[in-house]
Design a protein around this ligand. Structure first.
Ligand SMILES: [Ca+2]
Length: 277
């Protein structure tokens, strides 16, 4: 019995000790929980991990936003997007080789400058010093082509005033003056213009002794025909330019649906959005 008593006594002491420990602990736990809640709330604000996730997703957004333009820095990848029947492109926005040079003297140009051919004249041979523009057409139809160019060599408006142009994959590429319609030589279509034309290329000239930049694109010698291209369905089409006259400076060009006027097309300072392949 004595032994039992002595055995019971430590147990009840332990129980009391346990209770005395548990009660305040339980109380303080619930209190601590609420404190912890408060701390957690604060820690959400201060905790690095949560904002880090936010900042990493923000970084991803930023980098993906940066990727698009950064992957779009090489002119060879540029695709120019037609909108509302209008395409407007600074001519210098292409990949140029050989003897094409960008210049920015004077005030008659827009964008970064204008391109000028400083190599040998190619009066009878298109396809030298080719530059290409990929043009994405959403609104199919017949578009007129006009560029803004200047005579930068000499003082005669009939020299150093032209460059070759071709739309090889469009549904039609022709020039028109009143009822007269002509097609490039070697395109398989007739009639063809007087003056230089070869392998589907038109010679595109400006005329007049007002040598500074102006909007004018004609073909057919001494019988100015305006230039048209037919995009029969939505898609991406290739426009090619190649050197002809040295000293012919080209600043910008527009392609506009025939429902628009040249004035409407050339007075717009809006440039076609550039995307990449
Ligand atoms: Ca320009």
């Amino acid at each position: 019995m004595k032994t039992l008593k002595t055995q019971k006594k430590p147990t009840s002491i332990l129980f009391v000790l346990l209770l005395s420990f548990l009660i305040p602990t339980m109380y303080s736990c619930s209190k601590d929980d609420s404190l912890l809640d408060d701390q957690d709330t604060e820690m959400v604000d201060d905790d690095d991990t949560v904002p880090e996730e936010e900042s990493s997703s923000a970084e991803e957004e930023l980098s993906s936003a940066e990727e698009e333009p950064s992957s779009c820095t090489d002119p060879i990848d540029f695709v120019f997007n037609e909108k509302d029947g209008l395409v407007g492109i600074e001519f210098e926005k292409a990949e140029f080789s050989d003897d094409w040079t960008m210049k920015n003297d004077g005030t008659g140009f827009s964008g970064e400058g204008y391109m000028i051919w400083e190599g040998a004249q190619q009066l009878h041979q298109p396809g030298i010093g080719i530059a290409t523009f990929k043009i994405k057409i959403t609104n199919s139809g017949t578009y007129r082509f006009v560029w803004k160019s200047a005579v930068k060599t000499g003082t005669n408006g009939t020299d150093h005033n032209d460059t070759w142009l071709r739309f090889a994959d469009a549904g039609n590429f022709y020039a028109k003056n009143g009822n007269s319609v002509v097609y490039p030589k070697d395109s398989g279509k007739t009639p063809n213009p007087e003056g230089a034309s070869k392998d589907g290329w038109f010679k595109i000239y400006r005329s007049g002794n007002d040598l500074d930049f102006k909007w004018q694109s004609l073909t057919y010698d001494n019988n100015g025909h305006e230039v048209f291209v037919v995009f029969e369905e939505p898609g991406t089409y290739l426009m090619e330019v190649s050197a002809r006259s040295s000293g012919h400076g080209i600043d910008k060009f527009v392609l506009f649906n025939e429902a628009l006027s040249q004035e409407e097309a050339t007075s717009s300072s809006e440039l076609s959005d550039i995307t990449c392949d």
